[in-house]
Design a protein around this ligand. Structure first.
Ligand code: BTN
Length: 145
């Protein structure tokens, strides 16, 4: 009986693990990305709409960086399997530019939440002939602060 106990415990844990609810990824909170930018997401409402603030570590301008507002939304429902897709816009308060991010909130193999995103940064240009150089694109990975 003494020898059977650890075996039964392992069997119980192995079978039981499947019925445990998987950890969900939540956007709310403070995040830092691979560039060192900080983002705070507050007030996610029942429709999945959220707002927050963004403190970028870098800028394409020579302006002084200021904390800027963000607004976005994430998908909801069982199809998302606790790892929702989302999008948000940062309306930079210190430049003429706008950035849109799209991404997905994942729980990695260690149970850590991570946001994998792609962004488009639209800068203002003087005229339509310069439109071709007005948009930058790139990836950002966010982890919790
Ligand atoms: C600007 O330079 O006009 C506004 C700041 C842009 C910062 C960009 S947005 C995409 C990338 N990710 C960041 O965290 N910062 C840069």
């Amino acid at each position: 009986m003494v020898q059977a106990t650890p075996f039964l415990l392992v069997l119980f844990l192995a079978l039981g693990a499947h019925s445990l609810p998987a950890k969900k990824c939540s956007l709310t909170g403070r995040w830092v990305n691979d560039l060192g930018s900080n983002m705070t997401i507050t007030a996610v409402n029942e429709n999945g709409e959220f707002s927050g603030s963004y403190h970028t570590a870098v800028t394409a301008t020579s302006n002084e960086i200021k904390v800027s507002p963000l607004q976005g939304s994430h998908k909801r429902g069982p199809n998302q399997r606790g790892q929702p897709t989302f999008g948000f816009t940062v309306n930079w308060s210190f430049s003429d530019s706008i950035t849109v991010f799209t991404g997905q909130c994942f729980v990695d193999d260690d149970g850590k939440e991570i946001l994998r995103t792609m962004w488009l940064l639209r800068s203002r240009v003087e005229n339509i002939k310069s439109d071709w150089k007005a948009t930058r694109v790139g990836p950002n990975v966010f982890t919790r602060l």
